[in-house]
Each structure stands twice: as structure tokens, then as C-alpha cells.
Design a protein around this ligand. Structure first.
Ligand code: GLN
Length: 303
């Protein structure tokens, strides 16, 4: 399939709509991003990369990091992870506290904030320097060094009252083992990772390769774990819009409030779209449109 003309066409068709949606402002450092940016990049299972628009501009990956931290926790903690975290869509906003009380401090899934904070707790227990381990894994996957944006991490730490509440609430149920500050330090830093569409398409290619590293073929996660990551992305990766994503796009996706969305076509390719303007569910408005166009144009879907 000729991917370059398809993504060029998608970028051109959405040019007039650049700036649509609302940039996340609850994290002050994100509110300053130019909303009129749009990028798309795709990486095939055999490593060919195609890109259009602002595909090389680094942006805050935010909740897309939940994918990497979960992959790392699957490696280090294995199935014991699921004693602390569920696998069901939440049907609630990503930062909701409501369900957590009903469900005794066990988050619905690893892709809502509470779930990712619980994953971070497991990583703090399992790795002597979890921040460095995560950074090394993501850098190795995309083939070049990546870095935390300390300004974004500090901005989140200063205003992350809901995440602080979620972490303390889980700790009150005995579901967080480590000091809340240490757990949130990892969580805020992973969210602050700055990466481009090209880097993210590369870094998620292991998900379209049954867990094999995109560059050296080593095992990032097992085939079964890769399948499970994709399943969780499809059912929970876009929060309370997961049903809409499955309906309109039909691919495992993971979004972040920085405006990025990664999507996987198992056994074929991984792709990343980015545009900072969000819809009411915290997913990139143009990103979702771009993925819908991609699925329609290529006929690629898991269904
Ligand atoms: N860092 C953001 C938060 O904790 C991540 C949310 C997101 O990308 N959906 O609220």
C-alpha cells in the first residue's frame, strides 16, 4: 500500500481545521502550545517510516506514556500486576475519583489516571530508579534519546491536585505501597516526556510486531502481553470515548491531553497523530478525524 500519498492527503484535508478544539489548560505548561499544529507519522512492522505535517515537532506525550509504563510493569511485575488494577473500560473521565471508592481503591484499568498511578507504584517497588529505566526503554524503542520536560513535570506537580487525591485515596485503601510523593514523581515525569509523532510511531512499533523490539528484534514484551496491551488500548485507551473510537476507527489507540494519539494495526504498522486541540473527552479532535480518515482510506481495522 502507498502510505505517503494517503497521509499527505489527510494532512492537506485537515489543514483548514487546524486549531479546532481546546488545548488542555489545567496543566499550565500545556496551555502555551500553538494549537494550529498537526502531524502524522507511520512506522511499518519492517521499519519504514512515513510522515506528514509537523511530525518532527516534540510534544508532551502525557497519557500515551501509560502505554510504556504498563509495558515496563508487565515485564517487571508480570501477572501479579492485575491484583491491583482491573481491565474494564471505566466509562468515566480519565481523572475521575467516583469509581475508585465503590471499587475499594482498585482502578478500573491501567489507562485512567488512577490505574497509571497504581502502575507507577508497582514500578517504584520493582526498579531501583524507575524514571531512568522508563527513559531508557522509550529511548531504545525509538532509537534515539528522549527526555522529560522538567517544566511540564513541575507544572503538573504544582497543579495536580486530583492526581494527588487519587494517589492518597488508593493509599488509604492499602493499594499503594510507596510514598505518594515518590509514586507521583514518576507519574508526573512520565507524562512530561517530550516526543514527536515520528518518535512515537517508532516507539510503539513493538505493538504491531507481537512485542518484538522495532530495531533489534529483542523481546520488549511477550506476544501474549503485546496482545493484551492492544486489547486494553482498544477498550480503555481513549477513556470514555473508547466505544466511539472502536466504532469510528476500529484500531487500538492511546491518547494523551498533549493532543497525541497512537494507533496500532496489529501485524502491519503503528501510527501517531498529533494536534493539540482536544474534544470534551480529552482526545485530540483533529487526531481522531485523521485516524478515521486513515482507517476509511486504507480499510485497515481489527474488525
Ligand atoms: N498528566 C495528565 C493528568 O494526569 C495526563 C492525562 C491525560 O493525558 N489524559 O491529568
Amino acid at each position: 500500500m502507498e502510505f505517503q500519498p494517503i497521509i499527505d492527503d489527510i494532512a492537506a484535508s485537515l489543514a483548514a481545521e487546524r486549531g479546532a478544539g481546546r488545548v488542555a489548560t489545567y496543566i499550565p505548561a500545556l496551555a502555551r502550545v500553538d494549537p494550529a499544529q498537526f502531524g502524522i507519522a507511520l512506522c511499518t512492522g519492517d521499519g519504514q517510516v512515513f510522515a506528514a505535517g509537523d511530525a518532527d515537532v516534540p510534544f508532551s506525550i502525557q497519557s500515551i506514556s501509560k502505554l510504556f509504563s504498563l509495558a515496563l510493569a508487565m515485564r517487571h511485575v508480570g501477572d501479579a500486576l492485575w491484583q491491583r488494577i482491573g481491565r474494564e473500560p471505566s466509562g468515566n473521565p480519565f481523572n475521575s475519583l467516583v469509581q475508585l471508592e465503590w471499587e475499594q481503591g482498585v482502578p478500573r484499568n491501567p489507562f485512567i489516571n488512577a490505574g497509571a498511578i497504581a502502575v507507577a507504584d508497582r514500578l517504584v517497588s520493582a526498579c531501583p530508579d524507575a524514571r531512568a529505566t522508563l527513559l531508557a526503554m522509550v529511548g531504545s524503542l525509538c532509537g534515539e534519546a528522549v527526555a522529560f520536560d522538567e517544566e511540564v513535570a513541575a507544572s503538573e506537580a504544582a497543579t495536580g491536585f486530583r492526581n494527588i487525591a487519587l494517589a492518597n485515596f488508593m493509599r488509604s485503601f492499602g493499594k499503594i505501597d510507596n510514598a505518594v510523593d515518590a509514586v507521583l514523581d514518576l507519574y508526573f515525569h512520565q507524562c512530561s516526556l517530550a516526543m514527536s509523532c515520528v518518535q512515537l510511531a517508532r516507539a510503539t512499533a513493538f505493538l504491531c510486531r507481537d512485542g518484538a523490539h522495532p530495531l533489534d528484534g529483542s523481546t520488549v514484551v511477550s506476544e501474549r502481553q503485546a496482545r493484551r496491551l492492544n486489547a486494553l488500548m482498544l477498550t480503555c485507551g481513549t477513556y470514555d470515548a473508547a466505544g466511539e473510537f472502536a466504532f469510528r476507527i476500529g484500531l487500538p489507540c492511546k491518547s494523551g491531553v498533549g493532543g497525541g494519539i497512537v494507533a496500532v494495526v496489529p501485524d502491519r504498522l503503528s501510527l501517531c497523530v498529533w494536534s493539540p486541540g482536544l474534544d470534551d473527552t480529552g482526545n485530540s479532535l483533529l487526531g481522531m478525524k485523521a485516524l478515521e480518515m486513515f482507517a476509511a482510506r486504507t480499510g485497515l481495522s481489527v474488525f
